[in-house]
Design a protein around this ligand. Structure first.
Ligand code: 5GP
Length: 211
């Protein structure tokens, strides 16, 4: 069995990554969310082990030292990281995994791992981005300004990604992510084992291969 795909989704804070990613994972049973660790305090409504694993800074730093993260970054004063083990376990079972991470983390993954699919979410406009950042009433005004000004630099990273999606409308963004996944599943170089198997049998009629 070929390993599952891993999809990296980035975009500026407030672009709607969280909503789009939750929806796409909810609709696709073979796609799982990588749950990041963070030292940030939970926002209202966020659940431990669902939205993030919330940990203390000392614990996070120990995990960095022990090499537990596939990537990690400090974003707006807090640490965020992707535990490597969970991603590997998911992929080894043939499931696909979605990593919703910032541009610094994506850069690390691009240099250290092969085969990632990199997708960048763009806001419909900067004005709309600011409106969405403000809508998250949990942020202090300082954080709002930080997130908005960081967005200008983050957007320049789009050139390093494989795909971009303008998040005008959630359901159309979700459909586009699904289309990307589908296209990637038809890539010859991501399905070597499957193709050898099909060619050995001399039979392509087994539709279960279209996972
Ligand atoms: P928030 O505090 O709004 O949940 O997330 C702030 C930023 O950190 C977002 O851009 C989010 O995508 C990013 N982020 C979340 N988890 C991770 C992670 O595991 N690694 C990295 N590098 N960034 C992350």
């Amino acid at each position: 069995m070929d390993k599952g795909l891993f999809l990296v989704i980035s975009g500026p804070s407030g672009v709607g990554k969280g909503t789009v990613c939750k929806k796409v994972v909810g609709r696709n049973e073979r796609l799982l969310h990588s749950i990041s660790m963070t030292t940030r305090a939970p926002r209202k409504g966020e659940k431990e082990g669902v939205d993030y694993n919330f940990v203390k800074e000392e614990e996070f730093i120990e995990l960095i030292d022990s090499g537990a993260f596939m990537e990690w970054a400090r974003v707006y004063g807090n640490y965020y990281g992707t535990p490597a083990l969970r991603v590997e376990e998911i992929r080894a079972k043939g499931f696909d995994v979605l990593l919703e991470i910032d541009v610094q983390g994506a850069k690390q993954i691009r240099s250290n791992y092969e085969g990632g699919i990199f997708v960048f979410l763009l806001p419909p406009s900067m004005e709309e981005l600011l409106r969405r950042i403000k809508e998250r009433a949990t942020d202090s005004s300082d954080n709002i300004a930080k997130r908005y000004s960081a967005a200008y630099n983050e957007l320049q990273e789009v050139w390093k990604y494989d795909y971009f999606i303008v998040n005008n409308d959630i359901s159309s963004a979700v459909k586009r992510i699904e289309a990307i996944i589908l296209a990637e599943k038809c890539r010859v170089n991501k399905n070597n084992k499957l193709l050898y198997h099909i060619l050995e049998k001399g039979d392509c009629s087994d539709t279960s291969v279209n996972r």
